[in-house]
Design a protein around this ligand. Structure first.
Ligand code: ZN
Length: 119
């Protein structure tokens, strides 16, 4: 049942957001966070996505995987962003592999660029 799976995922996401709270509460020193991601799959550069986080945004930094066949995948930027805020780092670039498909690894990965502005 695809639909109930999606509903469950949506509920999990809402729960996660509620627990995380907003950026203003978790990281009051942060003005905004910009995450720029270039999505790669099978060596093909596909989509560039930008995600903006403001003080009113939920402090959930999990980005979904864009691969159509991906199961439970995604890119969790929480650890990287938390570390950056702790050290008041303003910019960082790197790469992440998709966490999805435990039995058959998802071929997607992203090159990311994170920029944080502080108040
Ligand atoms: Zn994936």
């Amino acid at each position: 049942m695809i639909h109930s799976g999606q509903a469950a995922a949506r509920l999990a996401r809402i729960e996660e957001e509620r627990e995380a709270g907003t950026l203003a509460v978790r990281y009051p020193e942060v003005e905004k966070i910009i995450v720029r991601m270039t999505h790669w799959q099978h060596g093909i550069k596909s989509i560039v996505r930008n995600r903006w986080f403001f003080p009113s945004s939920f402090a959930v930094f999990k980005m979904s995987c864009l691969s159509r066949d991906c199961v439970d995948g995604g890119f969790d930027m929480s650890r990287i962003i938390t570390e950056m805020i702790r050290s008041r780092s303003r910019a960082r670039t790197g790469e992440l592999d998709c966490e999805g498909n435990e039995s058959k690894a998802c071929p997607a990965h992203v090159a990311y660029e994170i920029v944080i502005a502080y108040l």
